[in-house]
Design a protein around this ligand. Sequence first.
Ligand SMILES: CC(C)(COP(=O)(O)OP(=O)(O)OC[C@H]1O[C@@H](n2cnc3c(N)ncnc32)[C@H](O)[C@@H]1OP(=O)(O)O)[C@@H](O)C(=O)NCCC(=O)NCCS
Length: 314
Amino acid sequence: MNGPVGKIIGVGSALGGRVVTNADLEGIIETDNQWIVDRTGIEERRFVAEGEDCVTLAVDASREALANAGADGSSVDLILCATSTAPESMPSVACLVGEAIGAPGVGAMDLAAACAGFSYGASVASSMLASGAANRVLLIGADAMTEVVDEKERSTSVLFADGAGAVVLDRGGGESGFVDHILGADGRMAPLLRAGHPGGEQKLYQNGREVFKFAVRIIPEMVEKLVARNGITLEDVQYIVPHQANARIIQAAARKLDLPEDRIVVNVDRFGNTSAASIPLSYPEIFEKLDPGRYVITVGFGSGLTWAANLYRV
Ligand SMILES: CC(C)(COP(=O)(O)OP(=O)(O)OC[C@H]1O[C@@H](n2cnc3c(N)ncnc32)[C@H](O)[C@@H]1OP(=O)(O)O)[C@@H](O)C(=O)NCCC(=O)NCCS
């Protein structure tokens, strides 16, 4: 890529309307607050309320991102939504977002790479912007994981939650934008983490231990690769935004990188694992604090197994 592309000009987020604490879960499954906090760092999460789903979350996050950018829906020329929990196989969530934000006729599609979806999407959006196929992209990560998780399965129901995050990306042309991406997938690890469609019989299954080990290995590996091949140091990176699966995974990765805790973003304690939404959900929390000239690295991993990371110059 020649120079940074895909400058973030607006960010937005939306969370399920129902706050669910660990104590609330104690009434549904055999678990306890201490186990959940010790093993995952999660204290509460947000589930969709009546009338909400992946689409309503995506729409709310998109509207907020457009307002934050001071942009109209009609100014966007591509809508990309990373999701694994679209309520229907078709139409895509992105099409419905286009309708809701007043962007008729604008190209729209969903992208499936599970919890790595937003990072995959940032790479696709950057390529479309770099090629001139688009000038402004609305990139969304949205998932209502409660639609595919068995609420009685205690090893997964305490982890996953519902949310959406969105960013508006302009082609840029200046100093700010994405400068590099890593995309990876290995279907041999598909049995480690899989789920059926919303409303279907096949609920989410995961081999927690194996996914844990994989995540702790792949996060630092991708960060180190991006830093090394772009001739920067970790000191130049203001924030690392990892997929929010488990606070222990994030802490272990930070230790491996010898990174101070205030430069690694954590909100899994409040939001749980919202899959493709987890990285863009973090953007509103850091956007105003970003220092021009420094870098942000976003790192996703998930079912597939998939993994992806992005280097963004502020
Ligand atoms: C799921 C995870 C928290 C489980 O933690 P763990 O330390 O591996 O725990 P284990 O699965 O070995 O289970 C330990 C015990 O706790 C029990 N347990 C599981 N869920 C529980 C819960 N919610 N409450 C209380 N006990 C629970 C298990 O049944 C097991 O009991 P046993 O020893 O009597 O069989 C952890 O493996 C993890 O976070 N993995 C990564 C998951 C992830 O990141 N997924 C998303 C990727 S996108």
